[in-house]
Design a binder for this molecule. Structure first.
Ligand code: SF4
Length: 466
C-alpha cells in the first residue's frame, strides 16, 4: 500500500463515461427517477452531489422520496458501526418496496462497499441489490448502471486504486454554498479509524483544477465554499512545486469569494504558515474544526494521533492569538480501549480549558481491521455511556459560556432557510460557524445579512437585522 500512486482519470476515460450516459438515456428500460440516500460526512454528501449530477445527465429526475424512485442509490459510510447497520437496515427495507415496483433498481456504493469482503457479503446476503461499487470508481456510475440495466445479474465493481476524477457533473444541494473536495484519502492511520483503508492513500488535486472550480462557482454567484478533505492541512503532499494548504487558501482568498471554510484538519499538520494566512485573510471565516479526540497523552499515543495535549493546546493558543474570537469546534471519542477514569478526566479538563463552540462526541466504535479493534481493555457500554453523558453535560455548559461572547456583537449570516420554529424567522450560520436566527422571509435565503445578536436561546443566537 505504501508505494501506491494516485491515478488521475484521463479525458478519454471520462469521454467513455459520457458515451455510457448517452446509452443509458437511450435505453427504454432506464429508470426515470432517482433518489440518493447519503450517510456520513461532508465528503460523502459531496460525492452524492456528483452521483446525482451524473444521474441527472442520464435523463433522470430526482424523486421526492425513496419510495417513489425508480433507482435508489445508497451512498454508505463505515466509519461507525451504527451508520453501517442503519444503511443495511434501510437497504433491506427497500426489498418491500420492490414488491410494489418490480422495476426498482437498487444500488449501494461508498465506503462500506470498499471494505474487504463487503461487496461479496452484500451480493450473498442481499440478493435483491442490483449494483454495488466502491469509492474509487464512483466516476464509472454511467458504465456500471448501463451494464446493470442490460443484464439480469447484479453488477459489482470495487477497485483498489486511488483515483482523482475532474470535471464530473454536480447537482449541488444549495445554490449559495458549495463543496470543493481538495484532497482524498488519508495517510495517518489513527488506530481507531477505517478511513485510510476505504478511502485510500492521501492524494491532492492540482491547485489549478481547484482554483478553476472555485472561479466557476464564484462566477455563478456562490457566496460560500467549503474545502473538503480528510486532512486538508496536509494538502499538497506529493504534488510538484511544493503546494501547501496555506498557499491554496491565500490564492482563494484573493479571488473575492465572500466566505471560505474548510474541514477537517489534523492538529499535527496545522502550520504557523496557515495560521498566518488566517490572520491576514479577508474571506477565510474565523472558525476552525480541530479534532482533539482525547485530552490524555497516553490515549492520544494509543490512538496514534502524533501530538500531545500540550502541543494541541499550543495550536489553540496560536489560533486564538492570530484570530481573536475564532470559533473552535472539535471531535472527541470516549471509551477508547484502556481509557481509565483519570484519562477521561483529562479529556474533561481539556474541554473546560479550550471552551469549544461545539463538539461532536462519540463512544468509541471498534472497526474490524483497525489496530484499536484488537487492543486489550475494550470499555463496556455502561461505562462509555456514563462518560459520554458527563462529557455532553460539560460541553453544553462550556458552549453556553462560549456563546456569551456574541451578545451585543455584530455578525454576518448566510441565510440557509426558514427557521423551524417560526415562519417569520430565518436561520443560517454566522462567520464564526454558529447558528443564528433572525427575523426574515423566504426571500432572504441565500443572502448574507448583517445582524446584531441580542439573545441566546438553547445555544442558538437570536439576532436583530441591522
Ligand atoms: S486523520 Fe485519523 S481520524 Fe482522520 S481520517 Fe485520517 S486516520 Fe481517520
Amino acid at each position: 500500500m505504501a508505494d501506491r500512486k494516485p491515478v488521475k482519470v484521463t479525458e478519454e476515460q471520462l469521454e467513455e463515461q459520457r458515451q455510457f450516459m448517452r446509452e443509458v438515456r437511450a435505453l427504454p428500460q432506464r429508470p426515470r427517477s432517482y433518489f440518493v440516500v447519503t450517510y456520513g460526512c461532508q465528503m460523502n454528501a459531496h460525492d452524492s452531489e456528483i452521483l446525482a449530477g451524473m444521474l441527472r445527465d442520464m435523463g433522470m429526475e430526482e424523486a421526492h422520496d425513496r419510495e417513489n424512485a425508480d433507482f435508489v442509490l445508497f451512498n454508505t459510510c463505515c466509519v461507525r458501526d451504527n451508520a453501517e447497520r442503519r444503511a443495511l437496515g434501510n437497504v433491506t427495507w427497500l426489498k418491500e418496496v420492490r414488491k410494489r415496483n418490480p422495476n426498482l433498481v437498487i444500488g449501494v456504493c461508498g465506503c462500506m462497499i470498499q471494505q474487504p469482503g463487503m461487496a461479496e457479503k452484500i451480493m450473498k446476503q442481499y440478493r435483491f441489490v442490483d449494483l454495488a461499487f466502491g469509492t474509487s470508481n464512483l466516476y464509472r456510475l454511467p458504465e456500471l448502471l448501463c451494464r446493470t440495466l442490460n443484464s439480469d445479474r447484479a453488477v459489482v465493481e470495487v477497485e483498489d486504486e486511488d483515483t482523482i476524477a475532474e470535471d464530473l457533473p454536480v447537482r449541488r444541494l444549495r445554490q449559495d454554498a458549495a463543496y470543493i473536495t481538495i484532497m482524498y484519502g488519508c495517510d495517518n492511520f489513527c488506530s481507531y479509524c477505517i478511513v485510510p483503508y476505504v478511502r485510500g492513500r492521501e492524494r491532492s488535486r492540482d491547485m489549478d483544477d481547484i482554483l478553476r472550480e472555485a472561479e466557476t462557482l464564484r462566477n455563478s454567484g456562490v457566496k460560500e465554499i467549503m474545502l473538503l478533505g480528510q486532512n486538508v492541512n496536509s494538502y499538497g503532499k506529493g504534488l510538484e512545486g511544493g503546494a501547501t494548504f496555506a498557499e491554496l487558501l491565500r490564492r482563494l482568498d484573493d479571488m473575492d469569494i465572500p466566505r471560505i471554510r474548510f474541514m477537517t484538519s489534523h492538529p499535527k499538520d496545522l502550520s504557523d504558515e496557515l495560521i498566518d494566512v488566517m490572520r491576514g485573510s479577508r474571506h477565510i471565516l474565523p472558525q476552525f474544526h480541530l479534532p482533539v479526540q482525547s485530552g490524555s497523552d497516553e490515549i492520544l499515543r494509543q490512538m496514534n494521533r502524533r501530538y500531545t495535549r500540550e502541543q494541541y493546546l499550543n495550536r489553540v493558543r496560536a489560533l486564538r492569538d492570530a484570530v481573536p474570537g475564532i470559533g473552535l469546534t472539535t471531535d472527541i471519542i470516549v471509551g477508547f480501549p484502556g481509557e481509565t477514569e483519570e484519562q477521561f478526566q483529562d479529556t474533561m479538563s481539556l474541554v473546560k480549558e479550550v471552551g469549544y463552540d461545539s463538539a461532536f462526541t462519540f463512544i468509541y466504535s471498534p472497526r474490524k481491521g483497525t489496530r484499536a479493534a484488537a487492543m486489550d481493555g475494550q470499555i463496556n457500554e455502561a461505562v462509555a455511556t456514563d462518560r459520554i453523558q458527563r462529557l455532553i453535560a460539560l460541553q453544553d455548559q462550556c458552549q453556553k459560556e462560549a456563546m456569551a461572547r456574541f451578545l451585543g456583537q455584530e455578525e454576518e449570516v448566510l441565510v440557509e432557510g426558514l427557521s423551524r420554529r417560526s415562519d417569520k424567522a430565518v436561520s443560517g450560520k454566522g462567520r464564526h460557524g454558529v447558528s443564528i436566527t433572525l427575523p426574515g422571509t423566504e426571500e432572504d435565503v441565500g443572502q448574507i445579512v448583517r445582524v446584531r445578536v441580542n439573545e441566546i436561546k438553547n445555544n442558538t443566537l437570536m439576532a436583530e437585522r441591522l
